[in-house]
Write a protein that binds this ligand. Structure first.
Ligand SMILES: Nc1ncnc2c1ncn2[C@@H]1O[C@H](COP(=O)(O)OP(=O)(O)OP(=O)(O)O)[C@@H](O)[C@H]1O
Ligand SMILES: [Mg+2]
Length: 349
């Protein structure tokens, strides 16, 4: 009989700043390196605790500071520096890219870095009521009112059901400033209703929110340049206030960048075997298997790493092309299924 893995739940409310920051700090925890010889010397219970910790690191998501991270980080740094002593906001960074390219991941790495820096300078800052980073992920059918509600929920503001848009807007702006937030991330902005009567309201709401808070907004979404967020009169105001940061794509012509990505990812996997050897050849095979996409690559490598830990043969914890191909087949199957569902949804709409 299969011993199904128990889903570990921490009960955190990720839509509230407290749960979100706790989760973020955990996401950035890394395991101290353990060598094969050390592992072999461990008593059985230490081994099993170590293996559990490894699985936790992998399933939470292993990260690489890739080109996308470098680009967004540089642009955000520039924006923050230019406005360091200025009053008011009105500025921000816009990241537009295809699905599954790593937009949310990059934002998470940046929020984590900023949070760690502030905690390093003042370990009590969270207890003192500061919320250095704020994050909301917009649901489909998002409206400006919905955006303010989510922000109010994030800051734990006591809001009634009948609060007007204007009241909520004021409350949220006040919370962002009072809690000394330094980056506000609005993810999946493409979910805001861009059509019909909502359309001009959306850009205007984001512009107003930005104008009245003392920190930059990081707007993330799919193909934003084609939406009314940036098109039209109100859109032009957003376009003028935001600097764009590019997401990295991996084309065959730049195999070195891809190889570095694979190397970074494999190095971050807490595996005990020698994975340095044959890395270039494996990276080239993974390019084909993952279709040059970071999301697929991480899925393949993470699944393979979990299998290797499960196999309980530490010397052999080596990613091979055979294993990569098997895991890629699983990922492609899942991909095809998702594509079929999406096609059906499109036809149904
Ligand atoms: N910097 C990175 N390091 C490691 N893996 C990454 C990185 N960026 C993205 N990935 C992988 O790609 C997957 C998709 O990333 P993410 O969810 O951040 O993309 P996204 O662009 O926000 O997608 P969507 O448009 O669907 O919201 C992640 O689950 C992760 O496996
Ligand atoms: Mg995302």
């Amino acid at each position: 009989m299969t011993d199904f893995p128990l889903r570990v739940r921490n009960g955190r409310d990720l839509k509230h700043f407290r749960g979100f920051t706790e989760e973020l700090l955990e996401f950035g925890t890394q395991l101290p390196p353990v060598h094969l010889a050390e592992y072999k010397e461990m008593p059985a219970e230490d081994k099993s605790a170590f293996n559990e910790a490894r699985r936790r690191v992998i399933t939470r998501g292993v990260i690489v500071r890739n080109g996308s991270y470098q680009n967004v980080s540089t642009v955000l740094f520039g924006v923050m520096r230019e406005h360091q002593y200025g009053s008011g906001g009105g500025h921000g960074v816009l990241v537009s890219g295809e699905p599954f390219m790593g937009k949310t991941t990059v934002a998470r790495i940046l929020m984590l870095e900023l949070l760690r820096q502030r905690l390093h300078a003042n370990p009590d800052c969270l207890r003192a009521g500061e919320v250095p980073v704020a994050y909301v992920n917009l649901p489909s059918t998002g409206t400006p009112l919905g955006l303010y509600r989510m922000l109010a929920q994030f800051y734990g503001l006591p809001i009634g059901k009948r609060e007007t848009e204007a009241t909520l807007e004021g409350m949220v702006q006040n919370a962002v400033n009072k809690c000394r937030t330094e980056i506000l991330v609005i993810d999946d902005v493409h979910n805001l209703k861009y059509g019909g009567p909502h359309s001009p309201k959306v850009s205007a709401a984001i512009r107003r929110l930005g104008d009245d808070i003392n920190c930059p907004i990081l707007l993330l979404g799919i193909a934003l340049e084609k939406t009314n967020l940036l098109i039209g009169q109100e859109g032009a105001q957003i376009a003028a206030r935001y600097r764009q940061a590019e997401m990295a794509t991996y084309q065959k012509a730049h195999m070195r960048t891809w190889r570095n990505l694979v190397k970074g990812l494999v190095d971050s996997m807490p595996l005990l075997g020698d994975n340095r050897h044959g890395m270039v050849a494996l990276a080239d095979e993974l390019y084909v298997l993952a279709k040059g996409r970071i999301g697929n690559l991480n899925s393949i490598v993470s699944r393979a790493a979990l299998d290797l830990i499960e196999a309980a043969n530490p010397e052999q914890e080596v990613l091979t092309s055979h294993l990569a191909a098997a895991k890629a087949a699983e990922v492609v199957k899942a991909d095809n299924f998702k594509a079929r569902v999406n096609r059906r949804r499109r036809y149904a709409a």
